[in-house]
Each structure stands twice: as structure tokens, then as C-alpha cells.
Design a protein. Structure first.
Length: 682
């Protein structure tokens, strides 16, 4: 392919053919294309630019979009399925790119089944008559008029940035922690701005020693600006070189060179933050500016200890935490009012203690968190520290306001968003909030090359989507979760239920769950699900086989897991001729209902009353539940399958109540979809 005699048209045709052969592979990019063309990367970039006036990554994306249009016109695949087949890692990103390229959403293309004049795809020969040229001109004019009537989302899209790891140019490699600390400071200050989306540190770390171009990095991270820098520490001086690059043009929009004394480091950090926000035209509120400009400490020795500790904490392992703690303790010895160090001490001890059965550091976590809040109550880190203490002591209602306030002070804090997603998924179930925070997390934590982390990220998102009834989207992400890490033990488990939501084939679900349990028979979570599937099919003999194993192991290990399932277990034991044992499970379930404070309490009580033959009370509880919101899709899918509610089905009100529950779920689903679209999350 390096033959100089080859025509531009033949070159572009070959490029297009290779990309189409690999179109479903999300990771097929410029490097892979260069290898397939047997060309150097730089030569490929130059030739594509010459013949198409686009960057290589832009041209690959156009080919993917063109194929997506073909699939929309020729197949009945969903938009989510098509986006996956043409190599987009996100359905929302596919829709965004499609709209920008064609001027309308993918769904509109399918509705008409007529393709409006396509935007010019460089590299192809077109012979235009005067009439055809006029048609395209009119289309272009109408397109821009149409765009002018839409809400302007370009501003929102432009205000997104990634701060790349700074390069250490010091002769002493031991100064790396200091240069990394300057990068962390720039990132932290920008994260405090609501009007700016700032991707996480973990997302950019992979580009520390990359040879990718700025536009390529920006495309992976889905940002419009990249901040890169280098620096060195020479004695008591800091030398910094900074550059803010606009991804679309690959041109600097701001740059700065600084030589300052160490004592001026905080003023320098504030100056750089101001230059960046001015260049991007970001709106910074007075309250945000106050938080950005707040100096963490007056003591440079304390700050140096803090930066060293931060470097070790970022390793995210036990050894790193154990090394960071004495450094943070030295920092607060130097400055007894250093809130950031107190907060990170509390956070470090929390994660050291998190998996311990006997907690060792509860008092330390609380004391350090309180000191952090005392000296800086408007620090997201201080609020996170106190929230972790309340999570540690299971005072969940007290943790939530601290997390919400932390997000207000740092709208781009990935740790806070992940904690809130987990909170609404596990602690206080709220499907809408769970999905919102899962999607926000995806926006900030993007582009990671760690396949295991990607797998669990997509698993988390798939779970949030299915709970809210987004079946096709959930399928897309669970497939990606499994593809990135086939050893992810939770993804196939969730996939079995997602497929039920799609196909309503309970026998298939039972088979898939049984296959997963046979891979690891110690999995009590799957074991009780296998039993439950047989229970729903009223195959009590098989249900008893699996429930008996589950109960035996649960009691043997002294576990209090799945108390909400005791009433089903009770019915199975009763059907198998063990009435006394069944009564124990019924009583245990009644105690569970009394203690339940979740939105599902009334549904659980309805089942209990149905089992007890108290039909009137059962319907009272069912009516209460029909007014609830944000319940999981599983209620819609499985509630009517429960043999325990059979006595209710004969009542004339049952069908109308169940329809109300379903209608309320889908109304909430539609409102949630609009809300997430308005926030740019889907």
C-alpha cells in the first residue's frame, strides 16, 4: 500500500473496505488500520488528511456511521444493537455522532425509511448536475435552519476536558510525586466547576506514556479539550509548561510557561485554573471560585507530605494506604488545621477496615472526618470522609446528605458518584437515581483500557438499565461486560435475567442459572435463584432440592442473607410436607416485613397477607404499593408469577391494580428517559 502510484480514490476505497471488515470492533482504530495497510502511522495520517481533509479517526467514524445508516434502512435491529455492530462503545455517543453527521437522530431515519441527501463523504467521486447541486445546497440551508431551532448542546459538549498526566522533566525522578501533585491540583480545581465536565484521573492515567495524538486521545475520552503539561522542580523553584489544546482543530487555544518559587505554588495553581476557564469560556460561580481559590495549607512542608501520601493512595491497594497514613500524619503534625490531610486519613482507614469482620478503626475514621469538616466544611473530601464513617457504622440516612453536598461542591467527583450509585442500588433502592449516577459515572470514567474494570463498569450500567426497563440497552452493555472479561462471575448471572426480560422464557432462565451454579456450587446467590425459578413454575419438588441446600448452607455459615425469600421457602416446605418448618420461615418473613423500611414493604406485606388468607389486608397493601415509584422492573416481570398471590387473582380488583403498577412503571420509564436525555446522559 505504500506504492506512490496508487490513486487517491483507490487508496480511500481500500481504507473503507478494511474498516468495514472490522466495523464491529470498537477497538479498531488508527494503529490497527495502519498495520492492516502495511503503512507507518504518520504516513497513513498524512494520506488520509490529504484525500479526505479529515483526521484518520474522523474518517473511520464516518465509515462506521455510514454503515449504521445502511443497517437502519435495511434491518429491524434496534439502534442500540446497530451502534454495537458498527463499533461504538456507547449508544448515546452513536446517536450524538449520527445526529451531528446526518442532522437527525437514528430513529428518524428509520421512521421515514428514506435517506435524505447524505453529507459529502470525502474520497469518493461525485458528478453533480446543477439540479443535484441545488438540492444539496437547499438541504444544507434547511439543515442549519433546523439546527438553529434546536436547543444548543454544542456549548455543553465543548465544555469537557481531560487533564493528562504531567511529564516530569526533573533530573531527580524522586520529584515525580511533586509533578503528579501539580496535575492533581489542576484536575481538582477544574472538577469543582458545574459548567465543565472533567474526566477522572483513572481515565487519563493510561495516556502517561502514549504516542497517540491529541485528537485520538480526545476521541477516546470524548472530550473537546486536552490539558497537557510538563514541569520540574529545581531547588526552591518550579518550572511549568502548560498547553490547552482544542481537539477538533488539534491547535493550542492557550499555553503558558511559568517559573515560580515554591512558596508561590498555590497562587500559580489558581492562576492556571483561571487561564483555562477563560480560554474555554466556562461559567464559574462566585461560590465555585471561592472553593477553587481556597489554599489547602500555609505550610509547604505539610503540603509536600500530603503530595507524597496522595501518590501512594492513588495506587489503590493496602500497601499504598499503609504507606500513605504516616505521611498524612506528618502533614497534620506540621499543620494541625490541614483539612485535606485529615479527610484522607479518614478515607484511608475506612478502606483498610472495609473488609474486616471486626472493625478496628471506627473511632479514628470518625475523629479524622470531624477534624476535616471542622477546618473545611465546604471540601468534598471532608464530606466524603464523614459519609464513609456513616456507611461504616451503617447509619445510612446520615451518609446520604453528606454525599449529596459533596457532589454539589465537586460535581465531577467520580468517587462520590460511584458511592451514590451504590447507595441507590443497594442501600436505599431507587432505580431512577441508580441509573442516573451509573450514567454520570460512565461520562467521567471513560476510555480505560483495563478490560476487567470495563467489564464491571458495563455490568453495573447494565444492571441499572434493566432495573428501569431499558432492555435493549441493558443487553448491549451486558454483552460488552462479558466480552471484556469472560471470567466476570456476575455478568452471566445478570444476563440470564435480562434475557428473560427480552424473551419471557422462564425455562431458558432456569437452565442458564443452573449452568452458572454448576460452575461454582458454593454460590448461594445463584443457588436460591435456581430454586426460585422452579418455584415460579410450581415445580416444588425441584425447588425443594435447591432450597434445602441453600437453607442448610445459610444456617451452617450463620448468614442472614435473602430474608425476603423466606416466604417462598416456607411455601415449598409446606408443599413437601414439612408444616412446622414452613411455619418457621413464614414467621421469619413476617419479622423481615416489620423491619423493612424500603419502598417494597407494602408489596411484601401483600404477599404475607395473601399467604395468611387475609385478602382484604393484602389488597390494602397492594393499593399502597401501586402508588410507589422507582421500583425495579423485576416487580413487573415476576410479581404475578408468584404462586403465593394466587388467592388474589380471583378478586376483580387484582387485574386493575396490576395494570396500574405496570402503567406507573412505564410512565416513570418514559419520564426518566426524557430527563436523562435532557441531562445529556443518554
Amino acid at each position: 500500500m505504500s506504492d506512490p502510484s496508487i490513486s487517491g480514490e483507490a487508496f480511500i476505497d481500500t481504507i473503507e473496505a478494511i474498516v468495514l471488515d472490522n466495523v464491529s470492533q470498537e477497538d479498531f482504530g488508527v494503529s490497527e488500520l495502519a498495520e492492516a495497510m502495511n503503512m507507518s502511522r504518520s504516513n497513513l495520517l498524512r494520506k488520509i488528511k490529504k484525500y479526505t481533509h479529515l483526521s484518520a479517526s474522523q474518517y473511520i467514524r464516518q465509515i462506521r456511521l455510514k454503515k449504521g445508516m445502511e443497517l437502519l434502512k435495511q434491518t429491524s435491529l434496534t439502534v442500540s444493537e446497530i451502534s454495537f455492530q458498527v463499533g461504538f462503545g456507547s449508544t448515546s455517543y452513536f446517536i450524538k455522532c449520527f445526529r451531528e453527521h446526518y442532522g437527525y437522530a437514528p430513529g428518524e431515519a428509520r421512521k421515514s425509511r428514506k435517506e435524505p441527501p447524505a453529507p459529502f463523504l470525502p474520497g469518493k467521486k461525485y458528478r453533480l448536475t446543477a439540479l443535484a447541486g441545488l438540492v444539496i445546497l437547499l438541504f444544507a440551508v434547511s439543515f442549519f435552519i433546523f439546527r438553529s431551532l434546536l436547543p444548543d448542546r454544542s456549548t455543553e459538549q465543548e465544555k469537557s476536558i481531560a487533564v493528562l498526566p504531567f511529564k516530569n522533566e526533573s533530573s531527580d525522578s524522586a520529584n515525580l510525586y511533586f509533578i503528579n501533585g501539580l496535575m492533581e491540583s489542576a484536575l481538582s480545581k477544574l472538577q469543582k466547576i458545574q459548567d465543565l465536565r472533567v474526566v477522572s484521573r483513572t481515565s487519563v492515567e493510561q495516556f502517561r506514556n502514549t504516542d497517540l495524538s491529541i485528537p485520538e486521545i480526545a476521541e477516546i475520552l470524548r472530550v473537546s479539550y486536552i490539558l497537557e503539561g510538563s514541569g520540574q522542580r529545581v531547588g526552591e523553584q518550579v518550572l511549568l509548561n502548560m498547553q490547552l489544546v482544542e481537539a477538533a482543530t488539534d491547535q493550542p487555544v492557550w499555553s503558558g510557561q511559568y517559573t515560580r518559587e515554591i512558596g508561590d505554588i498555590f497562587a500559580l495553581q489558581n492562576e492556571i485554573a483561571g487561564e483555562i476557564t477563560d480560554a474555554i469560556k466556562v461559567v464559574v460561580t462566585p461560590a465555585e471560585l471561592e472553593r477553587i481559590e481556597k489554599q489547602p495549607t500555609d505550610n509547604l512542608i505539610a503540603y509536600d507530605y500530603y503530595l507524597q501520601a496522595l501518590e501512594r493512595m492513588n495506587e489503590q491497594n493496602r500497601e499504598g494506604l499503609l504507606t500513605a497514613i504516616p505521611l498524612l500524619e506528618k502533614a497534620v503534625e506540621e499543620d494541625p488545621q490541614f483539612a485535606l490531610s485529615y479527610a484522607n486519613l479518614a478515607i484511608s482507614y475506612y478502606y483498610l477496615d472495609i473488609y474486616q469482620i471486626e472493625k478496628q478503626f471506627t473511632d479514628l475514621i470518625n475523629n479524622y472526618a470531624d477534624k476535616a469538616l471542622l477546618y473545611d466544611s465546604k471540601s468534598a473530601e471532608s464530606l466524603i470522609a464523614k459519609a464513609l464513617y456513616y456507611l461504616h457504622t451503617k447509619e445510612y440516612r446520615l451518609a446520604l446528605p453528606h454525599l449529596e453536598k459533596a457532589l454539589e461542591y465537586n460535581p465531577n467527583s467520580l468517587p462520590v458518584i460511584q458511592l451514590l450509585a451504590d447507595f441507590y442500588a443497594r442501600i436505599t433502592p431507587n432505580t431512577a437515581r441508580y441509573l442516573e449516577y451509573a450514567l454520570k459515572g460512565i461520562q467521567l470514567d471513560v476510555g480505560t483500557q483495563d478490560s476487567v474494570n470495563k467489564s464491571y463498569t458495563y455490568l453495573h450500567l447494565s444492571n441499572a438499565l434493566i432495573q428501569n426497563g431499558f432492555v435493549d440497552e441493558s443487553i448491549r452493555y451486558i454483552n460488552q461486560s462479558i466480552a471484556f472479561n469472560p471470567d466476570n462471575e456476575y455478568a452471566p448471572f445478570l444476563n440470564a435475567y435480562i434475557l428473560y426480560a427480552k424473551n419471557r422464557d422462564i425455562k431458558q432462565t432456569t437452565t442458564l442459572l443452573l449452568e452458572e451454579w454448576q460452575k461454582d456450587s458454593s454460590r448461594l446467590d445463584i443457588l436460591q435463584e435456581v430454586a426460585k425459578m422452579h418455584y415460579f413454575q410450581e415445580d416444588y419438588t425441584k425447588a425443594f432440592v435447591y432450597y434445602e441446600q441453600f437453607v442448610t448452607e445459610r444456617e451452617k455459615q450463620g448468614l442472614g442473607i435473602y430474608p425476603q425469600e423466606d416466604i417462598k421457602i416456607g411455601l415449598v416446605y409446606e408443599k413437601m410436607g414439612y408444616p412446622e418448618r414452613a411455619a418457621e420461615f413464614y414467621n421469619a418473613y413476617a419479622r423481615y416485613c416489620e423491619q423493612d423500611q424500603s419502598i417494597y414493604k407494602s408489596a411484601s406485606m401483600a404477599v404475607l397477607y395473601a399467604q395468611e388468607g387475609k385478602i382484604k389486608q393484602a389488597f390494602e397493601q397492594l393499593r399502597i404499593f401501586s402508588q410507589q415509584e422507582n421500583y425495579q422492573y423485576w416487580i413487573v416481570l415476576f410479581f404475578e408469577l408468584d404462586p403465593l398471590i394466587a388467592p388474589l387473582k380471583e378478586h376483580p380488583e387484582f387485574k386493575s391494580l396490576m395494570q396500574r403498577i405496570k402503567d406507573r412503571f412505564w410512565e416513570k420509564h418514559g419520564a426518566l428517559k426524557k430527563s436523562l436525555e435532557a441531562k445529556g446522559l443518554i
